[in-house]
Design a protein around this ligand. Structure first.
Ligand SMILES: Cc1cc2nc3c(=O)[nH]c(=O)nc-3n(C[C@H](O)[C@H](O)[C@H](O)COP(=O)(O)OP(=O)(O)OC[C@H]3O[C@@H](n4cnc5c(N)ncnc54)[C@H](O)[C@@H]3O)c2cc1C
Ligand code: SF4
Length: 587
């Protein structure tokens, strides 16, 4: 029997990127907010200290900062014909845990999606006809890029993103991404200083007529004081970035951009090491009363609240909705139900090159320091004569030269012994790669639901993931890989090796922690779980914030859009919901 606590105005589930932003915005309104976080408290000085942060074995190999499967895992299969089995180790993606969430150990590539990504169904239907996307389950998001522009801007200025605008109010800017949607102003900081490999990549891409530009980065090019008055330092390009906390206050995260202000507020409280089991609904099932959680001593608590915000990461948001009976779980046979619908991922491929006459210093690197080209992303190029829709950003972002993981050796090299050592020595400074980060479009058979067999340590069903790469996305990725091969050849390496995307999705090798969908946003309650303000259609005092809202995934990293959606939802709660609590959009 859970012990009941005094009521709060707002309970937030998860204190990662979105939880911290929502907590800050709503405490500014004078609301009494509690965030309940499954993992431990984490701070820069104590947890990412320079004395031990660059420990590759602890953080990159043993994944010290990540969610462990003993705490929560899921089952996976490629098709409904298979029996899903539990992931005994996270591999393909690595969810975060603890204060700051996955934002602690992210790379920091910070993107806006293209305007057409938000109206994809209408856009592709108008341009190519409905038959072209008949095999897919593409939807519009119910919100437009123009509506989100100022929310993107706020997230970028919160973080101090370092980059170069490509389109300010419709005017194309030299040196930026000419394919991006119009923005009102430039990034808060200039791009990072480029290292040699991305510079060479950009030269090769330009020689073929493409438009490379510096990747917008949450690794800061200069010192910065954000709009909350929090100071951050310049990135030292230490190369212990992705999978690591930043010891230098140079990587934007909840810790470096929000928490120093948030934690001082008397109307905010963070409860760590406490896992929310479910949202509690009233007898009608249409209003949330709060949440039930378990603390680290196993004691169960009920936290009543007027408003419940799920900020637990896209996948966990979807599972919490299912466990709480908020909305109807999607059924791929009938196509009915929305929770779990349109789970998407990311369709990546790569190429690695080996040179004889060039020297790179791979240890001078950062999580998002590099060059990108968008010439084959989204629908910025004509798909008329092609047999797919979608595209990919092509990124040359060498993130590290760490001693355990970075061992580029050409094919045919033995995996151990003196020949392997010699090849490592010969190639360590003579190799670099680039990769395509491809869109992932929804399909009827790719979805999330609750596993009928396997349970977690609290006896709750695990979430079941059914996913494989759609044929459309494989064709897209291979076509982009052909373009990447042309770029590789233009760079004239001694040798290059391509890693092309093939079926089936495998949960073991790391690919990307860009899991999207499952609680998608839209204008139609039959095809979306939340409305355009990320408010549940079924339980209006529950908002669900994260990449769970994406109807399909673009060829870009998600967190710029996740951050924008957090501000967008906060504005809707403040300006609309608090004034007139109830459904903000009539179903
Ligand atoms: C290695 C890595 C690199 C990445 N690089 C990039 C990048 O370069 N660019 C980019 O755009 N994105 C990147 N990402 C993704 C990015 O980190 C996420 O998109 C972002 O953190 C999502 O924010 P969120 O608030 O939705 O979730 P999170 O930041 O993960 O926060 C969710 C929080 O909820 C907590 N929680 C979950 N369930 C419960 C529960 N039941 N009870 C209580 N608390 C709960 C979790 O512990 C977590 O702290 C990367 C991710 C990883 C792992
Ligand atoms: S590379 Fe820069 S941002 Fe990343 S951890 Fe090192 S100092 Fe921090």
């Amino acid at each position: 029997m859970a012990r009941k606590l005094p009521a709060k105005d707002v309970v937030i589930v998860g204190l990662g990127w979105t939880g911290a932003i929502l907590a800050h915005e709503l405490t500014e309104q004078g609301l009494d907010v509690v965030a309940i976080e499954r993992g431990p408290w984490r701070d820069t000085a104590t947890d990412f200290n320079i004395g031990y942060t660059p420990d590759e074995l602890r953080y990159a190999v043993r994944r010290d900062l990540f969610l462990q499967p003993a705490q929560e895992t899921m089952t996976m299969r490629n098709t409904t014909a298979q029996t899903a089995l539990p992931m005994r180790d996270y591999g393909s993606f690595l969810p975060g845990t603890g204060v700051g969430g996955a934002g602690v150990h992210w790379n920091g590539h910070t993107w806006r999606f293209h305007p057409s990504d938000f109206t994809l169904k209408s856009h592709l239907t108008e341009r190519y006809g409905a038959a072209r996307i008949a095999d897919l389950q593409i939807e519009d998001w119910g919100v437009t890029y123009d509506e989100l522009e100022s929310a993107y801007d706020r997230f970028e200025y919160l973080c101090g993103i370092s980059g170069k605008a490509g389109n300010i109010n419709g005017s194309i800017q030299a040196g930026g991404n000419p394919f991006e949607g119009p923005r009102k102003r430039d990034y808060p900081l200039p791009p990072m200083q480029m290292t040699y490999a991305p510079t060479l990549f950009a030269e090769g891409a330009k020689s073929l007529g493409y438009h490379p530009f510096p990747t917008p980065s949450a690794n800061l090019s200069q010192g910065y004081v954000n709009p909350l008055g929090i100071a951050m330092g310049q990135c030292t390009m230490c190369g212990f970035c992705e999978r690591f906390g930043c010891a230098n206050y140079s990587k934007s995260s909840a810790q470096t951009t929000v928490l120093p202000v948030l934690m001082r507020k008397p109307n905010f409280e963070a409860r760590c090491n406490s896992e929310v089991l479910h949202v509690n609904l009233d007898a009608s099932g249409t209003m949330a009363k709060g949440v039930t959680y378990v603390d680290s001593s196993g004691v169960e608590w009920e936290q009543p609240a007027d408003l419940v915000l799920l900020c637990a990461y896209g996948l966990h948001n979807a599972r919490l909705m299912m466990l709480s009976k908020i909305g109807k779980i999607y059924d791929p046979q009938t196509g009915e139900g929305t929770v779990g619908r349109n789970y998407c991922y990311q369709t990546n491929a790569g190429v690695q090159m080996f040179f004889e006459d060039k020297t790179f210093n791979p240890f001078i690197a950062a999580g998002a320091l590099g060059q990108t080209m968008d010439d084959f992303n989204g629908d910025v190029f004509d798909h008329g004569a092609l047999n797919f829709v979608g595209g990919a950003g092509i990124n040359c972002i060498p993130t590290n030269g760490r001693p355990i993981g970075f061992r580029p050796t050409p094919p045919g090299t033995p995996r151990w012994g003196s020949a392997w050592k010699k090849a490592t020595k010969d190639n360590y400074q003579r190799a670099f790669g680039f990769s395509s980060q491809g869109s992932s479009y929804a399909m009827r058979g790719n979805y999330l639901d609750l596993d009928p067999t396997y349970k977690d340590r609290f006896g709750r069903p695990l979430m079941r993931m059914t996913f494989d790469f759609p044929d459309n996305d494989i064709r897209m990725s291979n076509w982009v890989s052909d373009r990447m091969e042309e770029i590789a050849k233009a760079l004239k390496p001694k040798q290059y090796v391509q890693a092309r995307r093939t079926k089936s999705w495998n949960s073991v090798p790391y690919q990307s922690t860009h899991n999207t969908g499952g609680a998608t946003m839209g204008a139609n309650p039959k095809t979306s779980a939340v409305n355009k303000y990320l408010q549940s259609w079924d339980v209006p005092n529950v908002f669900v914030i994260g990449a769970s809202a994406f109807q399909q995934n673009a060829g870009k990293n998600p967190t710029g859009t996740v951050g924008a959606l957090a501000y967008w939802a906060a504005d809707a709660i403040r300006d609309k919901y608090l004034r007139n609590p109830g459904a903000l959009v009539q179903a």
